[in-house]
Ligand binder design. Structure first.
Ligand code: NAD
Ligand code: DAU
Length: 333
């Protein structure tokens, strides 16, 4: 099978490339990635001779057309993915997440190619902290940030292309991923690398906000399950019952790194900060038979910390620039 993976030099996409080459050794993998600040070819260095890497933009119609014409499957990860960046400058989010998805959809429509769309639980907005409810496939869309609204828009484009043009597509909405190769702008890697650098971790607001953590390998295994067994036109939620509040996560990272659990600072809260995400993945588990492998967040987090300790050469080049960006954007610093 020929597989075109967009955003394959990013966090989840790079892990998906490795997962695919390990579990689907016959797959012919092509990566299309614009290598924005978030893309890192070093994440694919160990498999460079087993893939075709195309440095290009998903908004480039001619390029996308030629790549989609010669593939059997498109798995679309490429996106502007960071909420804080979307508050500072929403424009690339609209271009990549909306126009980029539109460009891919037009190409898969033209060539009748199978398409899987990677999305986020943030399209559903947030839940109250004391609400026992979780997001399901039928929860109403209610995104909060420029990032999540462009992801919601891209999901709706996919649904419209299924209904209006009959494309063969599935959508997955996943909760917060953690694991190797995640950019140091994101919460967990930012705090791990701050502590390694002797800088106190930074908790937005009171730290009561809840995220539903899943290991990136579990996310990617679920994506293949949906590609193999999912029903065309349907949406599947991916989550591993990993709810944790941010304060607990920061304290656990400090503890696992042998520091005092109170050794962090509260900083200005993110504007519009979503309170709580929680996924009900019953449909994926019962209809398609997927189960997460990482059932202990503590163990998965310990593995992730070890990865950042052992791979400083991978993250070090991005660290100072990322912290500089936080410092000039104000607010969430
Ligand atoms: P990331 O920011 O780490 O990687 C994004 C990748 O896309 C980078 O390699 C970047 O160079 C590439 N890219 C950006 N704009 C592009 C363009 N115009 N053309 C081609 N390539 C472009 O993101 P991530 O965290 O790996 O997220 C991947 C996908 O998963 C996104 O669609 C995101 O919305 C979704 N998602 C992420 C999470 C999470 O916790 N990180 C959870 C659920 C869903
Ligand atoms: O839910 C899925 C989403 O998870 C994905 O769609 C996004 O692409 C991904 O970035 C992630 O979004 P979040 O905004 O939840 O992730 P982030 O890592 O930016 O922040 C996680 C939580 O930690 C959030 O409540 C904000 C908080 N935070 C973040 C940073 C960077 C801090 O307290 N301090 C920080 O320094």
């Amino acid at each position: 099978m020929r597989v075109l993976i967009t955003g394959g030099a990013g966090f989840i996409g790079a892990n998906f490339v490795h997962h695919t080459l390990t579990h689907r050794p016959d797959a012919e993998v092509t990566v299309l990635d614009a290598l924005t600040y978030a893309g890192n070819k070093a994440s694919l260095a160990s498999v460079a001779d087993r893939i075709t890497f195309v440095h290009g933009d998903i908004t480039d119609r001619d390029l996308v057309d030629s790549l989609v014409a010669s593939t059997d499957l498109v798995v679309h990860f490429a996106a502007e993915s960071h909420n804080d960046n979307s508050l500072a400058n929403p424009e690339p989010f609209v271009l990549t997440n909306l126009f980029g998805t539109f460009t891919l959809l037009e190409a898969v429509r033209k060539y009748g190619v199978r398409y899987h769309h990677i999305s986020t639980d943030e399209v559903y907005g947030d839940l109250e902290l004391d609400d026992p409810a979780k997001f399901t496939e039928t929860t109403r869309y209610n995104p909060s940030s420029p990032y999540s609204s462009t992801k919601a828009g891209s999901d709706l484009l996919v649904r419209a292309w299924v209904r209006s043009f009959g494309i063969h597509a599935t959508i997955s909405n996943c909760s917060n991923n953690y694991g190797p190769y995640q950019h140091v702008e994101k919460f967990i890697p930012r705090q791990i690398t701050n502590i390694i650098d002797g800088v106190r971790p930074k908790l937005y607001g009171d730290g009561k906000n809840v995220r539903d953590w899943i290991h990136v390998d579990d996310h990617n295994a679920a994506v293949w399950t949906i590609i193999d067994k999912g029903v065309s036109g349907e949406t599947y939620l991916i989550g591993a019952n990993g709810e944790q509040d941010n304060k607990t996560v920061i304290e656990l990272i400090l503890e696992l790194l042998g520091k005092d659990a109170g050794d962090y600072d509260h900083v200005t809260d993110r504007p519009g900060h979503d309170l709580r995400y929680a996924i009900d993945s019953t449909r994926l588990r019962t209809e398609l038979g997927w189960q997460p492998r990482y059932t202990s967040f503590r163990d998965g987090l310990a593995d992730t910390i070890a990865w950042y300790q052992q791979n400083e050469a991978w993250w070090r080049p991005q660290k100072a620039e990322t912290e500089q960006k936080y410092a000039v954007s104000g607010g969430t610093q």
